[in-house]
Design a protein around this ligand. Sequence first.
Ligand code: THU
Length: 130
Amino acid sequence: MNANESLVAKALDARENAFAPFSNFKVGAALELDDGKIYTGCNVENATYGLTVCAERVALWKAISEGARKFLRIAVASGSEHPATPCGACRQLLWEFCGDIEVILANPRGFRETHRLADLFPHPFDRSFL
Ligand code: THU
């Protein structure tokens, strides 16, 4: 299995844990550090809807809270025909914490597509403006 496929496999596994009783849209993410360590996450929904946390942010907060600071790639797995791209809030946070990482989109039926975060999130606001 190549490196992208093993990261995607972890995102697909994490997707199995998605808590998505309101949307039924399950998402998994796998975030790889520069030392090869991987943190995973799934979306966790809430009855108030607005407190829902996306899979990408769960993976990111797990990593940051354990001291991780240097990131290479994130795989995001969902069930749609063209797999979901990260929402705007996640793009902002991924940009601030990870910079221009690779974003690999995947679904369980073999769709794979790789982007740079800078292409998905051009002209970002970040600390360089402060
Ligand atoms: N969701 C994610 O977890 N990541 C994405 O990239 C897109 C959307 C979740 C949030 C919510 O639980 C469900 O998908 C539907 O929006």
